[in-house]
Design a protein around this ligand. Structure first.
Ligand code: GTP
Ligand code: MG
Length: 148
């Protein structure tokens, strides 16, 4: 079964959206297998966003992401990566449909409150980067009510 790395950015934490965001993944039926609140270092964030290092907004992005604690999470379930991205909405919140997390809770691309892995491969890399200690494996009592 698939896992995705989801991270509530410092603006999402500061704005009190942690509970709302977690509730959406829970209600959809995804299983939480790792979670922590952490102040990430710039070095760690530069690794996380290394593919964007040539972009003009990179330094601002790292500063934003290091400006306060983030909530790092791993959610597990069928098609979790693609569905997670759909639940987040577009990178630019103004292009995100209402009903998505970004479409409902934010406005600017540079303050878009949440990160989600964009592919199964990058999810694996991100999970290893943020949770070197490993994940929690357990049986969710609801599984047979969520999956046929
Ligand atoms: P993440 O889930 O955070 O990885 O966003 P994404 O996959 O939707 O977009 P991408 O990986 O291309 O960019 C990573 C993050 O950089 C975005 O979520 C934004 O916070 C920021 N970002 C991307 N493009 C821009 C931009 O043009 N301007 C600014 N200020 N920030 C940007
Ligand atoms: Mg991305």
């Amino acid at each position: 079964t698939e896992q995705t790395y989801i991270m509530i950015k410092p603006d999402g934490v500061q704005r009190g959206l942690v509970g709302e965001i977690i509730a959406r993944f829970e209600k959809r039926g995804y299983k939480l297998v790792a979670m922590k609140l952490m102040q990430a270092s710039k070095e760690h964030l530069e690794k996380h966003y290394e593919d964007l290092s040539s972009k003009g907004f990179f330094n601002g992005l790292i500063k934003y992401m290091a400006s306060g604690p983030v909530v790092a999470m791993v959610w597990e379930g069928k098609d979790a990566v693609k569905q997670g991205r759909a639940m987040l909405g577009a990178t630019n919140p103004l292009a995100s449909a209402p009903g998505t997390i970004r479409g409902d809770y934010c406005i600017d691309t540079g303050r878009n409150i949440i990160h989600g892995s964009d592919a199964v491969d990058s999810a694996k890399k991100e999970i290893a980067l943020w949770f070197p200690e490993g994940l929690c494996q357990y049986t969710a009592a609801t599984a047979s009510w969520i999956y046929e």
